[in-house]
Ligand binder design. Structure first.
Ligand code: PLP
Length: 404
C-alpha cells in the first residue's frame, strides 16, 4: 500500500515500541543495540528514569504558555547553560536548523546594529551540514539539498575544508561571520583540528568577524567535553545547540555572548514553541545528569575504549574498514565497502549504526553505554564485517580475476 507519509526518507523496514538504555525493542519483539541514538539525540539512552520523571511530572503541571510570559524553568536552564559555557544569553528553539537560523540572524544583526548592515555574508566549509531550512541548506552548500528549491538564499560563501588561502580570499567587506561544526557529523565525522579552530578564531578577531560554532551534533557531552570547543582552548561568539540537549524531546538553543547578541532586541526574533515548559523540564533534567562531576570523564573513557576496539576491528578487517576517526562517543568508520552495506549488515546483526558522508559509518552510542555494551557492539560489527567478506569471497569465486 502506498504510504501517506511524504516519501522524503529512505526508511528501514523496522519500527520500535520501547527502549531501555542502549537497547531498543522492535514491534516484532526483537532487541537491537542502539549505536545511533536517533542521530546523536538520545544521549542518555532510552527511558532514562530521571528524564521520564521530569517529563511526566511537568506534563501533569503545565505544557505551554507561550513566550508572552516568563518561563521559570527556561530561565533556570539558560542560567545553567551560560554558567557552564562561554555564553551570556540563550534563545531556545525546537530544532538544530532553527538554532542555526537564530545564530545566522544574530550574526547579521550584530553588524547591522554596529552600523554595518552590508556585512551579512557568512563563510562556511565544504562537507558542512547545518539543517534543511532554506537558509541552512544554503549554509551547508550541498547541491543535492539545494537543487529544485528556487534561488539559493544569498549570503553564504563556502570554502574547502582546511584551505587557508581560499579562506582568507573569501573574507571581504561584506563578511559577517564564519560558521563551522567542530566535528562534521553528517559530512563524515571529520574532526576540525584544534589548531584550525584557533586559527579561525584569530582570523575572525583580526577581521572583526563573529565565530559561530554549530554544536548541534557535537554538544552536550558527546565529544567527551560539555561542548567540543573546549578541547581547542578557544571560545565562539555564538553557538547552535540541539539534539542531545533534549535527550529525545525536540528542542534546541542558540547561545551567545551579550556583545554578539547586541542586535537581538524585543521583536527581532521569536518562536511559538521555543523554550516551552515541557522542553525546559527535560533540558534541565539532561543537565542534571551530564553536569554531574564524573559523567564527562566516563564519556571520555568510554570513547577511548570504543576507539581502541574499533582500531582492532580495522586490523581484523582491512578490506572492509579503512580508517577510524572521531572524538568521544562521536566515532566514524571510513569504509572500503559502501557504508550503507555495512549499516545493513550490522542491522541484520541487530546493531544500529548510521551512514554519513565520505562513505563513513557513524557510531553514536548513548553516553550511558557500558563497557560490556561496547564489547557487544564490536562483536556484532565483527560479525557484520565477516558477513560482508563472505559476500566478497562469493563474488570473487563467481568472477575469477582476469575474467572478462
Ligand atoms: N547542524 C548539525 C551539525 C546537524 O548535525 C544537524 C542535524 O543532523 C542540524 C544542524 C539540523 O538539526 P535539525 O535536524 O534538528 O534541524
Amino acid at each position: 500500500m502506498l504510504s501517506v507519509i511524504l516519501p522524503t526518507y529512505a526508511r528501514a523496514e523496522l519500527s520500535f515500541e520501547r527502549g531501555d538504555g542502549a537497547w531498543l525493542t522492535s514491534t516484532d519483539g526483537e532487541r537491537y543495540l542502539d549505536f545511533g541514538s536517533g542521530v546523536a539525540v538520545t544521549g542518555l539512552g532510552h527511558s532514562h528514569p530521571h528524564l521520564v520523571a521530569a517529563l511526566v511530572g511537568q506534563a501533569g503541571k503545565i505544557w505551554h504558555t507561550s513566550n508572552l510570559y516568563r518561563i521559570p524553568d527556561g530561565e533556570r536552564l539558560a542560567e545553567r547553560l551560560t554558567g557552564a559555557t562561554f555564553a551570556d544569553v540563550v534563545f531556545f528553539t525546537n530544532s538544530g536548523a532553527e538554532a542555526n537560523e537564530a545564530s545566522i540572524k544574530m550574526a547579521r544583526k550584530y553588524h547591522a546594529a554596529g552600523g554595518h548592515p552590508e556585512r551579512f555574508r557568512i563563510i562556511t566549509f565544504e562537507g558542512a551540514f547545518h539543517g534543511r531550512t532554506l537558509a541552512t541548506i544554503a549554509a551547508g552548500g550541498q547541491q543535492k539539498y539545494i537543487d529544485g528549491f528556487g534561488p539559493k538564499v544569498d549570503g553564504f560563501d563556502q570554502v574547502p575544508f582546511g584551505d587557508e588561502a581560499a579562506l582568507k580570499a573569501a573574507i571581504g567587506p561584506e563578511t559577517a561571520a564564519m560558521l563551522i561544526e567542530p566535528v562534521q557529523g553528517e559530512g563524515g565525522v571529520r574532526v576540525v583540528p584544534a589548531q584550525m579552530l584557533r586559527d579561525l578564531r584569530a582570523l575572525c578577531d583580526s577581521h572583526g568577524l563573529l565565530l559561530i560554532l554549530d554544536e548541534v551534533q557535537t554538544g552536550v557531552g558527546r565529544s567527551g567535553n560539555f561542548f567540543a570547543y573546549e578541547q581547542s582552548g578557544i571560545e565562539p561568539d555564538i553557538m547552535s545547540v540541539a539534539k542531545g540537549i533534549g535527550g529525545g524531546f525536540p528542542m534546541g538553543a542558540c547561545l551567545a555572548t551579550r556583545e554578539a547578541a547586541r542586535g537581538m532586541t524585543v521583536g527581532t526574533h521569536g518562536s511559538t514553541f521555543g523554550g516551552n515548559p515541557l522542553a525546559m523540564s527535560v533540558g534541565n533534567a539532561v543537565l542534571d545528569v551530564v553536569l554531574e562531576p564524573a559523567f564527562l570523564d566516563r564519556v571520555k573513557q568510554a570513547g577511548l575504549a570504543l576507539k581502541q576496539r574499533l582500531a582492532e576491528l580495522q586490523d581484523r578487517h582491512p578490506r572492509v574498514v579503512g580508517e577510524v576517526r572521531g572524538v568521544g562517543l562521536l566515532m566514524g568508520l571510513k569504509m572500503r565497502v559502501p557504508n550503507v552495506d555495512f549499516v545493513k549488515a550490522a542491522r541484520a546483526r541487530h546493531l544500529l549504526t548510521i551512514a554519513a558522508g565520505d562513505n563513513v559509518v557513524r557510531l553514536l552510542p548513548p553516553m550511558i553505554v557500558t563497557d560490556a555494551e561496547i564489547a557487544e557492539a564490536v562483536r556484532r560489527m565483527d560479525a557484520a564485517c565477516s558477513d560482508i567478506e563472505a559476500t566478497m569471497l562469493d563474488l570473487e569465486m563467481a568472477e575469477p580475476k582476469g575474467a572478462a
